[in-house]
Every structure is written in C-alpha cells, then in structure tokens.
Design a protein around this ligand. Structure first.
Ligand SMILES: [Mn+2]
Length: 364
C-alpha cells in the first residue's frame, strides 16, 4: 500500500522509462556521504537491479568519515566504493548515472559533465530544487517536496515499484530516515512517519543499534578533546576552528556536539581537509535558518558552495593547493568571523572558553 498522498507509481514508470535500457548504472552520493545519501543510493541501485536487471556501482566522493557510517556500510554489506577508485574504463562502461541526496548544480559531488558525457542522468533529492541553468539537466529529476529525507522518497519508490524490502535495504533506509530527521524530531512530515513505520517490520533493529553505537578510533577522542579546548563562546554562539581534520565529517560532528551544550543557540565549526575548508552550522531555534545564513555568507566566496536547511547546514570553500598554512589559517578565521557576525555576534565581542571546569563538585 503506497503512502497516503504519495503514490509514486507514475514516477516509478517515468524513472524506468528513462533508465530502462541501461545495463550498467553508476549511482553517486554526495561527497563525504551521510546515512541518508548512502541508503538512498543503495535503494536506487537495488530498485534498478530488481526492476530492469541492470548492474550498478554505488560510489561516493570525499571520505566515508563517521564511525557510524562505516559501521552502516560494513554491517549491511552496502557495495559502496570511493569514486576515486573508478578508472576510465570503469567510467566508460556505465550507460546511465544516478545522483541522490544532492543535485547537479551543487558543488558537492563527482557527477560532472565529463562523467555524465551524454548518458542518461537520474536525480532524486529531498533538498529544495535548484535551477539547472548553466549546469547539467537531469533526464529524470524528482527533487524537493515535503520529504524529511531522500530515504523517505526511496521508500515510497520501492513500495510503488513493488520491490520487496530486502532486510539490508530496509535497515539502511530506516537508519537514513532516523538520522536525517533525528529520530523523527526534526523537519519531519507525515510521509516520513509513514515510511519509518512501514520499514520497521523489515528492519534489523539489532543492526541499527550496532550502527548507532560503533567502536570509535582513539584519534576521535583526541579530536574531540582538542575541539573542546579550541571552542569559544560569544553569548549563545559557540565557534570553533579545528584546523586540519583527519576526516571532513569531524567538522559536522563537532558542530552537533557543541550544540548540545546548555545556553547555546548557534554552533559554528570550521576545519580544513586537504584542499578544502569545511564549515558546519547548527541552530537550536526554529526562528532561525542555518541554511539561509550559510548561503548568504558563502555566496560572496568565489570558490564556496553551501547547502542545508533550517537547523543544520554546511559549506565548503576550495583552497588553492599552493596556499601556505598561514594563509589558510587566516582564511578560516575570516570565514569564521563572517559566519559568527551573521549569527549575531557583535563586532569586538569578547570570547569566553567553551568548557567550564566544575572540578570535583558533584551536581546537586
Ligand atoms: Mn538528506
């Protein structure tokens, strides 16, 4: 039974019309993929495999960073590979390309004009629709709508396509919805609740628990401790420049952590990985939009791209590979200041340390 008000059978037909003859499909997530991107890419690949007999390769740009995401891929045996591992012959062999949880005009993925090279392009994404002016136009696009996650959309597609829910696919989609909507607590609509409940019967909850509580590399604790030391507070805004990070996801993860602190409304974290500066913005107040803030600030940065929505957003600014460390540090500082100003930190405000040492005093 399709989701009430979301019978996607006509969309499935349109998707299969466009993808129908492809024998081998490259499905891409955005760079540094999150669970929603991984799950929806996996589900799109499986939908095409089951319905058309095509084979698929699921690839991501950037780094598979968070321990949870690595645990997800491992536990569910998701055939996710780094895009960088595909060579020219591999890329030549595909006859269609899929893109999930992002769109062609967005700078956070590997699906360039050269990669598509005239092949059919399919795009499914819950983020607001972008214009395709001056970029690739997908042959099949389902973007925007009232979905809290791309995994919600793919759950509706599988249901409408009469593809039975394999436990690994169902568990991936369940976790994709759960993490993108923060346990159905954030930017969630009826259709997300429907999909979540629908997947429960097919989901391996033991595996979900295993994914959510992974063993962590010891370097993670060092990074966390350094983040706590580096973070500064201006009234209800916490900012943190992590410097160089071993995986880009650490920036987002730190922003999530710092937002948990009492009295904090905005959390703004920045870090550098290879030749990019990453920033993550979180806001704990529905009257503000992190997405709007980051887009307004980063629009003025020529090599920047930004994305996100109400409570969480991120951006990336590409660096000139020849830029020296001091120049990079200055650039991070300037970007951090601009973001903090946009979040309401007045010029000349005095920073305070983030962590307060309560010593041996036990809470009352
Ligand atoms: Mn998403």
């Amino acid at each position: 039974m399709p989701a009430p008000g979301h019978d996607l059978r006509p969309r499935v037909e349109a998707l299969l019309d466009v993808a129908g003859e492809a024998r081998s499909v490259l499905v891409c997530t955005h760079d540094n993929p999150d669970p929603d991107a991984i799950a929806s890419g996996f589900a799109l690949g499986e939908l095409l495999r089951v319905r058309t007999g095509a084979t698929y390769t699921l690839a991501h740009g950037g780094v598979l960073g968070r321990a949870e995401n690595r645990a997800m891929v491992r536990a569910l045996k998701i055939p996710l590979v780094p895009f960088a591992r595909l060579d020219v012959d591999d890329l030549d062999a595909f006859d269609a390309v899929g893109l999930v949880d992002t769109q062609p005009g967005h700078g956070n993925h590997r699906v360039t004009r050269e990669v598509v090279a005239g092949r059919r392009l399919l795009c499914i994404d819950h983020h607001p629709a972008r214009t395709y002016e001056g970029t690739l136009a997908p042959d099949y696009a389902d973007v925007g709508g009232d979905y809290g996650s791309t995994s919600t959309m793919l759950t509706c597609y599988l249901e409408a396509a009469d593809v039975s829910f394999d436990p690994a696919v169902a568990t991936a989609l369940f976790y994709g919805i759960k993490s993108d909507t923060r346990d159905l607590g954030r930017e969630v609509g009826d259709v997300d609740v429907w999909a979540y409940q629908h997947l429960v019967a097919h989901t391996d909850m033991g595996v979900v628990s295993q994914i959510e509580h992974p063993r962590l590399p010891r370097g993670y604790f060092a990074a966390l401790s350094s983040a706590v030391r580096k973070a500064r507070v201006f009234d209800d805004v916490v900012v943190c420049d992590l410097g160089s990070v071993y995986v880009p996801d650490l920036v987002a993860e730190t922003a999530d952590w710092l937002l948990l602190a009492e009295g904090i409304r905005w959390s703004i974290v920045i870090g550098e990985h290879q030749n990019d500066v990453f920033c993550s913005i979180r806001v704990h107040d529905r009257r503000f939009s992190a997405g709007k803030l980051v887009r307004e600030v980063v629009a003025a940065w020529p090599t920047g791209s930004a994305g996100g929505h109400g409570s969480m957003a991120g951006a990336r600014v590409a660096l000139d590979p020849g830029m020296p460390a001091t120049g990079r540090a200055k650039l991070r500082r300037r970007l951090l200041i601009e973001l903090a100003r946009a979040a309401g930190v007045p010029q000349g405000a005095r920073p305070r340390p983030f962590a307060i040492d309560v010593g041996a005093v036990a809470p009352e």
